[in-house]
Structure formats: C-alpha cells, structure tokens
Unconditional design. Structure first.
Length: 89
C-alpha cells in the first residue's frame, strides 16, 4: 500500500478545474479523484505512463494527473492536475 499526497500546486490545479466546471463535471471530478486515490494507494504503476525522470501520468476521466512514486517510502505524490476534454467535443 502507498500513501497518496497531493502537493499544494496539484490542489490549486484541482481547485482551478473545479471552479470552471458545471455540476455534471464536478460530480465526475469527485469520482475521478476518488478513483485516483484508490488506484495510487494500491498500484500506482498499473495503468499510468512513464514520462521524463521520475514523472508519471494517469488519465482518469475527466482528469489527467502527473505524479511521482517514492517506492522506498511508499508515497505517491500528485504534482499536477488538468481537465481532459473528450475528443470530438
């Protein structure tokens, strides 16, 4: 099991996404953040993709997140959040 931490920058990103979202999008954001926390706690490598250095990304509609994993200390740190628009919209 991993401990999941959201940096202040990631929380600010999330707040920014939340502020411009309508009611339906807000419900989806709540669900996505819960699924992200659950997935990172159990298996942060499962469906995520590696990027430069130690950075990884995960798409959990309607969010994308960037994060780092410290396996030694059992910590996943979310460092960035953005809204992912579905194609064709």
């Amino acid at each position: 099991m991993f401990r999941v931490e959201w940096t202040p920058e990631a929380l600010n990103d999330l707040a920014g996404v939340w502020m411009v979202a309508d009611q339906d999008a807000r419900r989806a954001i709540i669900g996505a953040t819960n699924r992200i926390d659950e997935q990172f706690a159990s298996d942060p490598f499962g469906t995520s993709e590696s990027r430069s250095d130690d950075l990884r990304i995960l798409f959990e509609s309607p969010l994308g997140v960037s994060f780092e994993v410290d396996e030694t200390h059992g910590v996943v740190q979310v460092v960035g959040v953005w809204f992912v628009r579905k194609r064709g919209r």
